[in-house]
Design a protein around this ligand. Sequence first.
Ligand SMILES: [Zn+2]
Length: 149
Amino acid sequence: MRADNKKALHRKVNATARGVPHHHGNDYKNSRRKVSAIGMRKGVQRGLDYTPLFRFLLSKVGGNWSDIHSEAVSRLDKQDPIFFIVSMDYDSAEEVVRVGESSYFSGLYIDDAGVLRVVNPELDENFLEPQCKCCTHTFNGVVFTRRLD
Ligand SMILES: [Zn+2]
C-alpha cells in the first residue's frame, strides 16, 4: 500500500539508456587497498534505482528510526533496499556503501536510543577517489571532487 500523496522511493532504471555495463577489473585491482580500507557491501539488485530511498534516509538522519522505517516501507515495493545502507547497530555498519558501479552513500546505523545515525559524518564527496575516468562517481548523489591523475 502506498499513500497517494507520497512518491515511491525507487524508480525503474532505463537499461538501454545506460549502455553496455563495463567492469573495472584493472581499476579495482589498482585501488584495492583503498577500497578495502573503506569497506563495501555487495549484492545490490540491478534494475531498480533506489537513489531516492537513500536520499530520503540521509535526509532523516537524527530522527526516530521506527517512524523513518514505517514511512520508507510504505513507499517501497520491498524493504530490503533500506538495509543496503542502514545497519541495525554500529558494529555491523560500513562507513561507505557502494550501490552501483560508481554510486556511493554514507553507511547509516541505528543507535541504542533508536535514532538513525551516520557512521562517519566527516566523509563527503571530497574524500573518495574515483576508480576510473569513464564514469561519474557520486557520494550521496554529489559528484566526487577528486580526479584520477
Ligand atoms: Zn568507468
